[in-house]
Design a protein around this ligand. Structure first.
Ligand code: AMP
Ligand code: MG
Length: 538
């Protein structure tokens, strides 16, 4: 008899649709190779020597009806040391455009999906271990992940969920007890670091690159099978029997991707590596690597050292890159569509969606709504906002929370404006008179616009505090937790991570006693590796 009460991992309801319904690699051997005419390769995780469960997320456990009791078998499964009988682990085959160039086959080089779990609502979730050892797609990599990058993904994906933004989730973080060699600065000074494994959870980890690889190889048969599978399980309204409405599906992915990118812009998230292999077909934030959160406002900010010269993935460029990526997906799906104009229309949906949603989101951050009589004025208001936020190096997160607290019933003097925002500035140059008058002029303009909106200070604050988070996982905060998680004695301290996760569960609420988590980035962190810029070495 089926029971849905939260239970031990052995008793969960597993299924393996991806493996059962899609073409797989007939070769069982785990060696690097090109895998053609297949969506996956059977791959077993490589055991680790001494796994320690550092964190388990109760809500994610609940989502799959898993009990949060920490049993030895749970740790064994989440470290890849034990594969349960109903599981058929695999690594997925995909390709991708990296930094604008077609990179050929990539695939899960260190991620292994154990199985899908069905919950009491008949929802299915993949359990995927990241850092579980080599696969046929590992190329020159070791299949492993270090603690610092795993902890970053673990914390940030959960934070993203609580910010209300679509994302893959994280069930667990396990330290492997093994060391992994990484050259953090790519300068020939490789070091041994503690290894870790995150168990990621999502309905699907399919990416744009999952479709691109088959299209690039001219393998329309596999492309069609994968697309049919995707629609059947994740977009059922676009499939009737075996007939797929591919343009409608593509349009939906365009819409979701546009919405996702606008949401990133809302909270100041910079993905850092928006390659097409890191773009989820479900419109989730996926593959957290050298990402960052905007602190001193700068549309040109990129957290990724590899991106520092071209800045392709800079904060302000994310909406355009989303379009470029959707166009690649459109190209990949084109062989399944009779009329190429339908593909173009579906891809263009992205542009329309992003333009409208972006302006609405920005106005929302100011507690305003779109009004036909204010369109031109709002453009000036938003342009002015970006301009002084950049020159004053204002902390993006804190600025909007401070603005929400402003009393606008009376005009604000220059001193009052300064007193309100001074704490959000990183640059002492911000105290130049020119910047102050620019800011004061902007606040007056804003005050006027608020008057047209006819919204009280109280109502405006309520609106704004719902969309402007107070707590985001700033890189320096995560960095501090990483340093504290391994004690000087070489033991594990789980408390700092647990505390950070707890705060990030309610990012919009003021949490007394947790002021340190909302603080502006300290000066020591401005140029410190891992706090402002990150390399892809993970
Ligand atoms: P990413 O930049 O993390 O999206 O990874 C790009 C590609 O490199 C993917 O195919 C990854 O699976 C692969 N990859 C990254 N790190 C490793 C590693 N340590 N071992 C094997 N493959 C890796
Ligand atoms: Mg990736």
């Amino acid at each position: 008899m089926q029971t849905w009460k939260n239970q031990g991992i052995e008793a969960l309801h597993f299924q393996n649709r991806f493996v059962a319904e899609l073409p797989g690699d007939p070769i069982a051997e785990n060696r690097c190779r090109q895998v053609s005419k297949a969506c996956y390769s059977h791959t077993t995780p490589t055991a680790v020597c001494s796994p320690t469960l550092l964190a388990l997320v109760p809500e994610v456990a609940e989502l799959i009806n898993l009990s949060t009791s920490e049993t030895p078998v749970l740790t064994e499964v989440l470290s890849g040391n034990r594969v349960l009988t109903p599981m058929t682990p695999y690594a997925a085959c995909y390709g991708g455009h990296q930094f604008g160039n077609w990179a050929g086959q990539l695939g899960d080089g260190r991620a292994i999906t154990l199985a899908e779990v069905v919950n009491e609502h008949d929802e299915s979730f993949e359990l995927q271990l990241k850092g579980a050892g080599v696969t046929p797609y590992s190329r020159r990599g070791d299949g492993r992940a270090v603690l610092r990058s795993s902890l970053r993904e673990f914390v940030s994906s959960e934070a993203m969920h609580h910010l209300g933004i679509p994302t893959t989730r994280a069930l667990s973080l396990v330290a492997t007890g093994e060391r992994v060699e990484r050259d953090l600065f790519y300068d020939g000074n490789a070091k041994l670091e503690p290894g870790a494994i995150v168990c990621r959870v999502a309905q699907s980890f399919l990416r744009f690159g999952s479709y691109e690889i088959h299209a690039a190889r001219g393998d329309v048969d596999t492309l069609r099978k994968l697309t049919t599978f995707t629609l059947r399980h994740f977009f059922p309204k676009f499939i009737d029997g075996d007939i797929c409405d591919v343009p409608a599906f593509l349009e939906e992915v365009s819409r979701r991707t546009a919405r996702l990118v606008v949401e990133w812009m809302r909270v100041g998230f910079v993905h850092g590596v928006m390659n097409t292999d890191n773009m989820s077909i479900l419109g989730l934030t996926i593959d957290y690597g050298p990402f960052g959160w905007v602190e001193d406002f700068d549309l040109n900010f990129t957290p990724n050292t590899t991106d520092a010269s071209g800045r392709r993935y800079r904060f302000g460029n994310q909406p355009s890159i989303g379009y470029w990526n959707i166009a690649q997906l459109g190209r990949a799906l084109a062989p399944l569509v009779d009329d190429v104009a339908q593909v173009e229309r579906a891809v263009d949906r992205y542009k329309r969606e992003v333009e409208t949603a972006y302006v609405q989101m920005l106005l929302g951050k100011l507690g305003l709504t779109r009004r036909d009589d204010c369109v031109d004025d709002d453009e000036t208001l938003l342009g002015g906002l970006f301009s002084f936020l950049t020159t004053c190096q204002s902390d993006m997160t804190l600025f909007f929370r401070h603005l929400a607290n402003c009393q606008l019933s009376e005009p604000l003097s220059c001193d009052e404006v300064l007193a309100t925002f001074n704490e959000t500035f990183y640059d002492s140059g911000a105290s130049s008179t020119k910047n102050h008058s620019e800011l004061q002029a902007w606040v007056s303009h804003y005050r006027e616009r608020v008057r047209i909106e006819n919204v009280s200070d109280l109502e405006r604050k309520a609106r704004m505090d719902k969309v402007n988070p107070l707590y985001v996982p700033r890189n320096y905060l995560i960095h501090q937790v990483i340093e504290k998680t391994v004690t000087a004695e070489g033991a594990w301290d789980r408390a700092p991570l647990a505390e950070l996760l707890e705060v990030l569960r309610r990012p919009y609420d003021v949490q007394p006693g947790k002021e340190a988590f909302a603080a502006k980035r300290p000066e020591w962190a401005r140029h410190k590796a891992g706090c402002s810029m990150l390399s892809c070495s993970s």
